[in-house]
Design a protein around this ligand. Structure first.
Ligand code: FAD
Length: 446
């Protein structure tokens, strides 16, 4: 291999609120010496944690190191809405047999990843508020949203997947809000407190995996020597679990889309505000319209208080950095979404506002596989990284240690390469205009 210079290190806009509302995290010190390791996983998100755990299961006795550029759970892994979704995000709009088979295959793979995370949760003693197998509701507040749910329901029927419907009254009793007119519940989703999940998974793994925080990889020299600011590691094998930043390592040029999405979290609600809101203490809804608003209501966990989280808005930022203006635009939309849903909480301010990186490919496939001799990629989760990151991390470890041996791995690898993107500035202009148009079309669902 030729020397790799890492062009860009991750920069995350705003605070990782899910991490901030927890008590201070235990620190893993940075690497400050030159060492050797049989395996090095780069990136401490869902993919990195899963790759490290699967390696620990497969190569007992070999040394495994995990390097994270910043603090664990401060990156996208601690910034997401915490839905571990078993069903494909958008079910195939076709109901012919081939399309159904593809969806069923995706569901099987997603559920394997969720079970892998569930085993971690149980082995490491995670609280039910950190890993909750409670299912999810897709909710609609408009006729258009209701039509989306009707089409989703048709596809669930074709797949033989179970669901129940929630009337307007049931939605109000559950959420406290009279915004939602209809809901569809599916039981296979897990809701996590994403930052707590990452922290606790790392704590559980740390007896088998040596973790270094604040240790960005700045280059990889010949013979797999990873260079970080204060130390170097000679690695037997490397798994890159850095999602879109795999491009900063020089791989998949012009094949990855770097999308930011944004969220706001309220301050702690007072007891009287909680009473005024009504509904149950913990719930989450995904929007029926793909460009609509995700909402979570969380009760206290470890002193975090009762809060509401609103997520919407997406921008394409091929620089891998979002601007202050992106955050401000998102804040305006999120305040409006909050007011529309929670008029009884008028005056409740947002304490945290943030954005986070997603990585997508044009043809919705992962950036996966062996990139160079003994360097593997577990990247590009196409927006659903809690599950797909976990899956690609597991699969990269299996590929690295066992080769293409399992049926599951063969199924996972049965896809094309990420497709080449249109040139700039057409790509960014076109994608951002399309997203703005779709947000506008989402209307009140936003
Ligand atoms: C607001 C928001 C809501 C979301 N909601 C959901 C949701 O409900 N469900 C869902 O499934 N997904 C959701 N996502 C997406 C999800 O967070 C990501 O897809 C997921 O975090 C990707 O996991 P990953 O492990 O592949 O990458 P990441 O979580 O991005 O982890 C990669 C890590 O690599 C580190 N890194 C990068 N470069 C280097 C380097 N040079 N050296 C060392 N370390 C490096 C980064 O610091 C980072 O911590 C959401 C995202 C956002 C922003």
């Amino acid at each position: 291999m030729t020397k790799i210079t890492v062009k860009r290190l991750p920069k995350d806009p705003g605070p990782a609120a899910w991490n901030r509302i927890l008590p201070p995290a235990p620190e893993y010190s940075p690497l400050t010496e030159d060492i050797k390791a049989d395996w090095v996983v780069v990136g401490g998100g869902f993919a990195g944690i899963a790759a490290a755990r699967r390696l620990a299961q497969l190569v007992e006795g070999e040394s495994i190191v995990l390097l994270e550029a910043g603090r664990l759970a401060d990156g996208p892994a601690g910034r997401n809405s915490g839905f571990m979704i078993d069903l494909p995000h958008e079910l195939n709009s076709e109901t012919y047999a081939g399309a159904i088979d593809k969806d069923l295959q995706q569901i099987r793979l997603n559920r394997t990843a969720i079970d892998f995370a569930r085993d971690m949760a149980s082995e490491y003693g995670m609280d039910a508020k950190v890993f909750d197998s409670c299912g999810k509701v897709t909710a609609a507040g408009t006729n258009k949203g209701i039509a989306h749910i009707a089409s989703y329901k048709k596809h669930l029927d074709a797949l033989g997947e179970p669901y129940t419907l929630k009337s307007e009254e049931e939605m109000q009793a559950w959420t406290g809000s009279d915004f939602y007119r209809f809901g569809l519940f599916t039981p296979g989703v897990v809701m996590i407190q994403p930052a707590a999940f990452i922290r606790e998974a790392a704590r559980g793994l740390s007896s088998q995996v040596k973790i270094y925080e604040n240790t960005p990889v700045t280059s990889i020299e010949e013979e797999r020597v990873l260079v970080t600011p204060k130390g170097r590691i000679r690695a037997g094998g490397i798994i890159l679990a850095v999602n879109g930043h795999v491009q900063s390592f020089g791989y998949f040029p012009r094949r990855l889309l770097h999308v930011f999405t944004y969220a706001s979290m309220t301050r702690r609600l007072t007891e009287s505000e909680v009473k005024r809101l009504g509904g149950v203490p913990d719930w989450g809804v995904l929007p029926a319209d793909p460009l609509g608003t995700t909402v979570r209501r969380c009760s206290d966990y470890s002193g975090s208080g009762d809060r509401i989280v609103i997520r919407n808005h997406a921008t394409l930022n091929q620089s891998l950095e979002a601007s202050d203006r992106n955050l401000k635009n998102a804040a305006v939309l999120q305040d409006r979404s909050f007011e529309n849903r929670f008029p009884m909480l008028k005056g409740v301010e947002m304490e945290y506002r943030w954005g986070g990186r997603l990585c997508l490919s044009w043809n919705s496939v992962p950036a996966f596989g062996e990139l160079d001799h003994r360097i593997w990629s577990a990247c590009c989760q196409n927006g659903l990284g809690t599950v797909k990151g976990t899956l690609s991390g597991m699969m990269a470890a299996e590929l690295a240690v066992l080769g293409e041996s399992s049926e599951m791995l063969k199924e996972f690898m049965d896809h094309q390469k990420p497709r080449m993107l249109p040139p700039e500035p057409f790509l960014s202009m076109g994608a951002n205009l399309t997203m703005r148009l779709k947000e506008w079309q989402a209307g009140k669902e936003l």
